[in-house]
Design a protein around this ligand. Structure first.
Ligand code: SF4
Ligand code: SF4
Length: 333
């Protein structure tokens, strides 16, 4: 086993702090052993990059758009598997320098998933190998923010940019949607915003009808309280995974979300993932009146088999037999 993976013998990379020995097959919340690459490709989404998708995730989000790799190996999805970090680095650099890489403006290696947090020692090794070959290569780290403070320090040390998801502000909504508490996510977001502002590409927030719509304002206010100029990117939900039958976020919701974020004080608000023409009135009917984002998400999780009154995947007795992890969506966005 490579030396850089030693800490997987007692894994505390993220705030679940499972303490399991991933090298001998014990599984924590993320469910993965040694880091494995699910896929890697040039990707135009800003920042344009060569994106490496790591298998596994420490969250169990009802809306996951990459659930096939996030819940690997339970999904039995074919993945590339463990790739030698030096080979991975060479592949990424070659793709960035290729004609297509230059045409799309790719200028960095982008680590995503699933979540790259359970694979942090591998990410560090790929970056080390890449910078041995090109000391100026940029690195983007894409995170749900659930890492420990020690892991965050390591992420800051290797990153040129960070894309950071905040899924909700209130703990009940965050838990119902992701299975995890929100406090570490907000703590790490504040630490980056206050102490490593130059690394933050953007905070990202997914607008989910009836679940996170009312979270826009408190999340935006939380960010604006630190710095009103911090970048905030609103993403429009499309039906996916356990929420495969949920209504998508339509135009007026995104417009309202922008208004809410600006009313909370943010001046740098963007919208992504919505093709409707600005100002066009929606043709779809709006979803039923909101019954409380956490309550609705909780009831949807329950219908999918999660029996927890308060989702906490780190302490749940069903952690390794989780019905959410075993959910198979029939349709995807
Ligand atoms: S969930 Fe987090 S602490 Fe637990 S095994 Fe995975 S990376 Fe380690
Ligand atoms: S069943 Fe347990 S592990 Fe699975 S989503 Fe619910 S709380 Fe989390």
């Amino acid at each position: 086993m490579p030396d850089y993976l030693w800490e997987l013998e007692h894994c505390t990379l993220c705030e679940w702090r499972c303490g399991v020995d991933r090298l001998v097959g014990e599984r924590g919340v993320c469910g993965i052993g040694i880091p494995e690459v699910a896929a890697a490709m040039l990707h135009p989404a800003p920042p344009a990059s060569y994106t490496i998708f790591l298998a596994g995730c420490n969250f169990r989000c009802l809306n996951c758009q990459n659930w096939e790799i996030a819940h690997y190996p339970d999904t039995h999805e074919p993945v590339r598997g463990f790739v030698d970090p030096g080979s991975m680095a060479e592949e990424a650099l070659a793709a960035i320098r290729s004609l297509r890489g230059r045409l799309i403006g790719a200028d960095r290696i982008f680590f995503s998933g699933g979540s790259p947090d359970p694979s942090l020692p591998y990410v560090e090794e790929v970056v080390r190998e890449a910078r041995k070959r090109d000391s100026r290569v940029k690195v983007n780290y894409d995170t749900n923010g659930f890492m420990t403070e020690a892991s965050l320090a390591r992420v800051l040390a290797i990153s040129t940019s960070i894309t950071y998801d905040i899924k909700a502000y209130h703990d009940d909504v965050h838990r119902a949607l992701t299975g995890a508490p929100v406090a570490p996510v907000l703590r790490n977001a504040a630490a980056i915003a206050r102490n490593a502002r130059e690394l933050l590409w953007e905070f990202r927030f997914l607008v989910i009808p009836g679940i996170t719509v009312d979270e826009v304002r408190p999340v935006a206010a939380f960010i604006a309280d630190i710095d009103e100029a911090l970048p905030f990117n609103l993403l429009a939900f499309r039906p996916n995974f356990v929420l495969e039958h949920h209504p998508r976020a339509i135009q007026y919701m995104m417009e309202e979300a922008v208004r809410e974020a600006r009313a909370a004080g943010l001046v740098n608000v963007r919208v992504h993932g919505h093709r409707a023409v600005a100002g066009e009135r929606p043709k779809e009917r709006p979803p039923p009146a909101r019954e409380g984002g956490g309550g609705l998400a909780r009831r949807i999780a329950e219908r999918a088999g999660c029996p927890a009154d308060v989702r906490d995947c780190g302490t749940c007795g069903l952690q390794q037999r989780c019905p959410i992890k075993r959910y198979r969506a029939r349709r995807s966005a």
